[in-house]
Design a protein. Structure first.
Length: 292
């Protein structure tokens, strides 16, 4: 036997069962430590995901109720500025914000202002969004559509309405295309406008606004009719709408219908607001959305 072989045999003899047991225990402890570290990392990752999900859910809740409020009063072609649309827009904005709506409010808007505001609205819409549009000012019907007029409109003939105005139907279609769940619209524009005698006598008032799927529309007068402004701080429509919004947790359709009935009775039928509905799931302005 060589010296090298004798040394190797001596090394083998010095590895006792106790040494093997100790080594195995050390390996086990290291494995447990690695496993525990991995488990802690997984828990930390899960916790981070949970926080991120909760933040996303909170953001979603905030973004799921959005509104565009437009109040136009200073029309150069009118004999005097309209005071009520601005007051209406501010009061309605405050009420909607208290009820959880993310509101973009625009006053005395030009055509570009209104177009940009609609683009901002569209950018916020998600598939579960409840979207509300309010317009107060002058409105004109052209053909079978109702147009909201900006303050820089120059109206001399029907074609000018289509050029300078923004149709309610086109905005509703854009909201629908973005996939909004529910559409709410309030149009307070059935005023005797300064343009009506320029191109045809029967242009006053608004055309019927047909509700697309899952939509609710309230306008201040029967199609083709005009409503005179009251002497109050707010228009008759918005004043009654605010009363119902602030006093009830009923659904939007109930709120709109109560507003219509109250105004009709108070005016002895002289002003009868119009409500058009295709709602599939009602919405509560205060509290939790029905169907959410």
């Amino acid at each position: 036997m060589t010296g090298k072989q004798t040394a190797m045999n001596g090394w083998k003899l010095r590895i006792s069962p106790r040494s093997i047991t100790v080594a195995a225990a050390l390996v086990g402890m290291v494995s447990l430590a690695i496993g525990a570290h991995a488990a802690l990392n997984m828990r930390a990752l899960d916790a981070a995901k949970a926080v991120a999900t909760e933040q996303d859910n909170d953001a979603g809740k905030h973004a799921s109720r959005i509104a565009l409020v437009i109040g136009n009063g200073r029309y150069p072609d009118a004999n005097a500025p309209l005071i009520q649309p601005i007051n209406d827009a501010r009061a309605l904005t405050a009420s909607l914000r208290r009820n959880g709506f993310d509101v973009d409010v625009v006053e005395d808007a030009s055509k570009d202002d209104m177009s940009r505001a609609v683009d901002r609205l569209k950018s916020k819409i998600r598939p579960d969004s409840v979207v509300m549009l309010f317009f107060g000012g002058y409105g004109v019907q052209a053909g079978r559509e109702s147009y909201m007029l900006p303050v820089d409109a120059r109206i001399w003939k029907e074609a000018d309405v289509r050029r300078d105005g923004l149709s309610v139907e086109s905005v509703l279609e854009a909201i629908k295309e973005r996939g909004a769940r529910t559409k709410l619209v309030v149009i307070d524009a059935s005023r005797r406008n300064p343009y009506e005698r320029r191109f045809r006598a029967f242009s006053h008032g608004l055309a019927p606004i047909i509700a697309p799927d899952n939509a609710l529309i309230l306008s201040s007068a029967t199609p083709g009719k005009v409503a005179d402004d009251s002497k109050g701080q707010y228009s008759v429509l918005v004043a009654e709408l605010l009363n119902n919004l602030n006093a009830s947790d009923a659904g939007a359709e109930t709120v709109f219908n109560k507003t219509r009935v109250a105004i009709s009775r108070a005016s002895d039928g002289e002003q009868v607001p119009s409500v058009s509905s295709s709602l599939l799931d009602d919405v509560r302005f205060s509290g939790t959305n029905a169907g959410s």
